[in-house]
Design a protein around this ligand. Structure first.
Ligand code: GDP
Length: 362
């Protein structure tokens, strides 16, 4: 993290904030705690592209304190009418496949073409590994120093559902701040792909040649979610192997059912390290967007479906939180669990009993 306040503009507490937050005022808020800034200031600042306020707002989104959540929701409501004007791209692949190298190469190309790039990450494992994804500051150094890029490591706390919700909300804030290319990175080894898939327009799967699907931990389900499969590290002595893998994946995809959108999933090779064919892959994303916003309007109907999905996810999450946070449930769940372990009662009976306790019927 950068040193707290390098600004010469010191804002004393209690001084009324100006109604308009321009870029010159960017540092004005840097030494104020996130919860001490008014929602209006946040919204105006974010809409003006103030990165300090954007970062602080994401911190609020990530916080589990009810007071922070309340403010976060107010900010999101203010930003929502200004969100949505972006292409959201999910990127997955096993650690080491070259995700950050790829995002950096693509991101630099996009910022040079007058785009604004935000990179977010979903990594539910990071609670244990202390941030295996984007946590390492040396990753994407070039892009991180680019004034037209914004890189935010994964929110570490909480369940996958919680992290997914926070990322969805961070997307809204980034879009309102004018970022028109949003990348959501995830490690391709678990459930997080499904979560990412449910919040992006286009899902890119990065693969390596000759590693074997099993070794890459990529399940068939993940391949089915992909809108493009990219075989990275197609350079040096690896080119031939990469092209062979390309053929194999193309053949394998023929056995998959047709996609709902009618999109034919391309399989391409690239070298993120040498920045070769990375821009070609962006052209695929572009082609997807122009095709899917055309007659079929699939692009927007998918986004609407994702919103419905988010609604149900949010209900599930809140029910789960309030169930496990219920004092009576917390008091009795261990004992009932023990009864299941010792075979005294069945799992179903135990579940029903706990749900009845939650519903205050017992
Ligand atoms: P991530 O864990 O998926 O984000 O992978 P990284 O981007 O950190 O890359 C892992 C390693 O592979 C690094 O040492 C990169 O320099 C290297 N790498 C990434 N892309 C390429 C590529 O296209 N070709 C070659 N030869 N190496 C690459």
């Amino acid at each position: 993290m950068a040193k707290k306040n390098k600004s010469a503009l010191h804002v004393k507490k209690g001084i009324e904030q100006p109604p308009q937050v321009n870029k010159d005022a960017a540092e004005r808020f840097s030494n104020i705690r996130p919860q001490d800034i008014a929602a209006d200031n946040y919204v105006q600042g974010i809409l003006a592209g103030n990165r300090t306020l954007l970062s602080k707002a994401i911190t609020l989104v990530e916080s589990s304190l009810p007071r922070h959540q309340e403010l976060a929701q107010e900010i999101i409501s203010g930003c929502l009418p200004h969100a949505g004007n972006s292409i959201r791209v999910g990127i997955t692949g096993v650690p080491g496949v070259g995700k950050s190298t790829f995002i950096e190469a693509l991101g630099k190309y996009l910022t040079a073409s007058a785009h604004k790039v935000a990179v977010l990450a979903i990594d539910p494992s990071s609670t244990h590994s202390k941030g295996s994804i984007l946590g390492d500051k040396t990753r994407m150094e070039d892009l991180a120093n680019d004034p037209n890029a914004f890189i935010r490591p994964s929110a570490t706390a909480g369940s996958l559902g919680g992290v997914a919700r926070k990322t969805r909300e961070a997307i809204i804030l980034c879009e309102a701040a004018g970022f028109d290319c949003i990348f959501v990175e995830t490690v391709g080894v678990g459930q997080s792909e499904t979560a990412v898939h449910s919040m992006v327009d286009f899902f890119l799967l990065l693969m390596l040649a000759g590693a074997g699907d099993e070794l890459q931990g990529i399940k068939r389900g993940i391949m089915e979610m992909a809108d493009a499969i990219i075989i990275n590290k197609a350079d040096g002595s690896n080119i031939e192997k990469a092209e062979l893998a390309q053929l194999e994946y193309r053949n394998a995809l023929h056995l998959f059912p047709a996609t709902a959108s009618g999109w034919e999933v391309p399989v391409e090779t690239c070298s993120a390290f040498n920045k070769e064919r990375v821009t070609d892959i962006w052209r695929i994303v572009d082609r997807y967007q122009s095709t899917m916003t055309g007659d079929s309007n699939y692009f927007y109907s998918k986004r609407r479906e994702q919103m419905v999905h988010t609604m149900y996810e949010s209900i599930n999450q809140q029910l789960r939180d309030s169930f496990y946070g219920n004092e009576e449930v917390k008091r009795r769940i261990r004992k009932i669990e023990k009864e299941v372990l010792t075979g005294k009662i069945s799992a179903y009976v135990a579940a029903n009993e706990l749900l009845a306790i939650f519903a205050n019927k017992k």
